[in-house]
Design a protein around this ligand. Structure first.
Ligand SMILES: NC(=O)c1ccc[n+]([C@@H]2O[C@H](COP(=O)([O-])OP(=O)(O)OC[C@H]3O[C@@H](n4cnc5c(N)ncnc54)[C@H](OP(=O)(O)O)[C@@H]3O)[C@@H](O)[C@H]2O)c1
Length: 246
């Protein structure tokens, strides 16, 4: 799957939350490597359309289409993959990247907040995995988890629980659906500052991790390349976190 030239058409990747930040960077990266990309978005319609237009001009042999779905709406999540297949063909790669990352301790977590975090971060990837198994049955799923899955700090309680379970889903999928389907995960650490916080915020936190600096996007792109290239890897988790999980 690494080499796009072996396909009669460019291979297709569906990336959720692909209009901004890490999702956008993975979209641009895969485009440079010969992939067509289904750019999923929810509220970032303008950036998604700008991205697909720019990539279509830059890589005219490949296809780029934006797909809107609110992943808190089961019906929209259910229909996303079939819509991508209808317009672009079956994806060889699904990256469950879309996420919400909101702090609350267990004691402050209300039912609706819990459901919201769980739905976007776990249920939507579960539904997309199920649909991918049903409609594609082969290829690779990459789930974006978080280095926080190794800790039990409660400051992002619902988010962390969802990401822990997403890693369990990754292993369950890998165990059940090989060899045709590989499922792997990437656990970023200090990559991009959350909205409203700058680079200084990440640099301060980085003082406590082995590599003593934020990683930026490149380690994630390198991990993605490695997962695509190494077709004996399934049920694998690559920490791109400068050793933070230690
Ligand atoms: N950034 C980091 O340092 C870091 C660290 C650890 C783990 N990660 C993980 O890496 C992945 C990417 O991180 P990121 O910081 O780039 O993500 P992000 O900016 O927080 O979110 C990515 C996208 O998720 C989409 N999204 C949120 N709610 C949605 C909903 N209800 N329906 C559909 N889409 C929705 C948004 O799309 P729209 O903009 O279109 O609404 C958003 O652009 C995430 O899974 C994250 O947990 C990141």
């Amino acid at each position: 799957m690494e080499n796009a030239a072996i396909h009669s058409r460019p291979p297709v990747a569906l990336i959720t939350g692909a209009a901004q930040r890490l999702g956008k960077a993975m979209t641009e990266h895969l485009a440079r490597r010969g992939w067509s990309v289904a750019v999923h978005y929810n509220t970032s319609g303008g950036p998604a359309e700008d991205l697909v237009s720019r990539l279509a001009m830059e890589f005219p042999e490949q296809h780029f289409t934006a797909f809107r779905a609110n992943l808190t709406n089961d019906r929209e999540t259910d229909g996303l993959l079939t819509e991508v297949i209808r317009k672009m063909g079956k994806p060889e790669l699904l990256i469950n990247n879309a996420s919400v990352f909101d702090p609350k301790k267990i004691s402050d977590t209300g039912n609706a907040f819990f459901d919201f975090q769980m739905t976007v971060n776990l249920k939507a990837p579960f539904i997309l995995t199920r649909e991918y198994i049903r409609h594609c049955g082969q290829g690779m799923i990459v789930n974006m988890t978080d280095t926080r899955i190794t800790s039990n700090r409660e400051n992002y309680a619902a988010y962390t629980l969802a990401k822990k379970s997403l890693w369990e889903l990754t292993k369950m999928t890998a165990a059940a659906y090989g060899p045709a389907l590989r499922a792997n995960a990437i656990a970023p650490g200090l990559t991009l500052a959350p909205a409203g916080k700058g680079e200084e915020y990440l640099r301060t936190l980085a003082a406590a991790i082995p590599m003593k600096r934020p990683g930026g996007i490149q380690p994630i792109l390198d991990a993605l390349d490695y997962l695509l290239k190494n077709d004996y890897l399934t049920g694998e988790l690559l920490f791109c976190d400068g050793g933070q999980h230690l």
